[in-house]
Design a protein around this ligand. Structure first.
Ligand SMILES: NC(=O)c1ccc[n+]([C@@H]2O[C@H](COP(=O)([O-])OP(=O)(O)OC[C@H]3O[C@@H](n4cnc5c(N)ncnc54)[C@H](O)[C@@H]3O)[C@@H](O)[C@H]2O)c1
Ligand SMILES: O=C(O)C[C@H](O)C(=O)O
Length: 329
């Protein structure tokens, strides 16, 4: 009999929460033999809607769903008690015309109590993925407010950017998206991020050999990925949800499954000073997992063009940190 793992999802009745939890309950992420107890966290006015989500989970009759715990955001320790994963979605999304960073003073405070409750109540092996924007800096706030939880347990989501970048490269090259690998996202999940096409591969070959339109790679490719979130908001009238939920699940899979040889996956983690990036910033890096431990891919070299892009996005992360320095524990 396999012991269940406990997975908390904040904002569980929101767009991304709703698009995530059924897939987590189904066994897609942790496997068909791993029971999961879902901890669903919402703000008090949304608890009634959360009851409805709970009914729907029951009605799916997933064999892998071993239980549901509901908690409100005023009782986060109850919500996170003994959790092995805390997926932090709950927060306000931006509207048309806003940058993700505009949410910093609205959503940032949510992550002080989140960090404290994780430290107080979660399982000793807890891993945290922050989705709520601006996710890098919110993750920094949570990490700084969770003394005793190792910094390498904190991730902010840049997987959606990786998936967007892979899709753009595949369409340009006229290949299935599965042919694209090794796309690293550097820096902030924002309009300054640097999606690294230089190290990307298409059918195992450098993307820069397969796609010879380098002006497109340096121009429209980067800006399309950087601004994709805003483009979705403009078209849909709401921020990306199904693709974000999919990326959240891909992030967890990236962490717990060995990365295929010669490839990487993307998330923002606490910099250890790799590539000269200031230690302690939550920064998008190319990562590899052996199924247990995640590490930053080492030894990549960057062109002057790429380095200038990385410098811009790292600078923005420093500015965001300055903006929330009163929340950093
Ligand atoms: N990192 C990424 O790639 C990425 C992608 C898409 C969206 N996002 C971000 O994810 C967040 C959620 O987006 P959404 O579309 O699901 O929004 P949503 O408004 O549909 O849902 C958010 C939910 O969070 C709940 N909530 C708010 N404050 C909370 C708190 N303190 N504790 C618990 N729950 C709380 C709300 O009641 C709501 O149900 C936004 O900040 C959005 O910008 C990030
Ligand atoms: O762009 C947003 O505000 C939502 C999300 O971060 C996205 O990239 O789709």
């Amino acid at each position: 009999m396999v012991a269940p793992i406990r997975v908390a999802v904040t904002g569980a009745a929101g767009q991304i929460g709703y698009a995530s939890i059924f897939r987590i309950a189904s066994g897609e992420v942790f496997g068909p033999n791993q029971p999961v107890i879902l901890h669903l966290v919402e703000v008090p006015p949304v608890l009634k809607a959360l009851d409805g989500v709970h009914m729907e989970l029951d009605d799916c009759a997933f064999p892998t769903l071993a239980g549901v715990v509901k908690a409100d955001s005023d009782h986060l320790e109850d919500g996170f008690r003994d959790c092995n994963w805390v997926l932090c979605v709950g927060s306000i999304p931006r509207k048309a015309g806003m940058e993700r960073g505009d949410l910093i003073r609205v959503n940032g405070p949510i992550f002080t109590s989140t960090g404290r409750a994780i430290a107080a109540a979660a399982a000793p092996d807890v891993r945290v993925v922050v989705v709520g924007n601006p996710c890098n800096t919110n993750c920094l706030i949570a990490m700084k407010n969770a003394p005793g939880v190792p910094s390498n347990r904190f991730y902010a989501m840049t997987m959606l950017d990786q998936n967007r970048a892979a899709s753009q490269l595949a369409q340009k090259a006229g290949v299935p998206v599965g042919a694209v690998s090794n796309v690293g996202i550097w820096g902030n999940h924002s309009a300054t991020q640097y999606p690294d096409f230089y190290h990307a591969k298409i059918n195992g070959r450098p993307a820069t050999e397969v796609i010879t339109d380098h002006a497109w790679l340096q121009g429209d490719f980067i800006s399309t990925v950087q601004k994709r979130g805003a483009a979705v908001i403009a078209a849909r009238g709401a921020s990306s949800a199904a693709s974000a939920a999919n990326a959240l699940l891909d992030t967890v899979k990236g962490i717990i499954r060995p990365t295929p040889a010669g490839s990487c996956f993307s998330a923002a983690v606490c910099s250890d000073g790799s590539y000269g990036i200031e230690a302690g910033l939550i920064t998008g890096f190319p990562l590899v997992s052996d199924g247990q431990q995640v590490s930053i891919v080492q030894g990549q070299t960057h062109t002057a063009f790429a380095q200038s892009k990385i410098d811009i996005t790292i600078n923005e992360l420093r500015e965001e940190r300055e903006c929330v320095k009163d929340l950093l524990g």
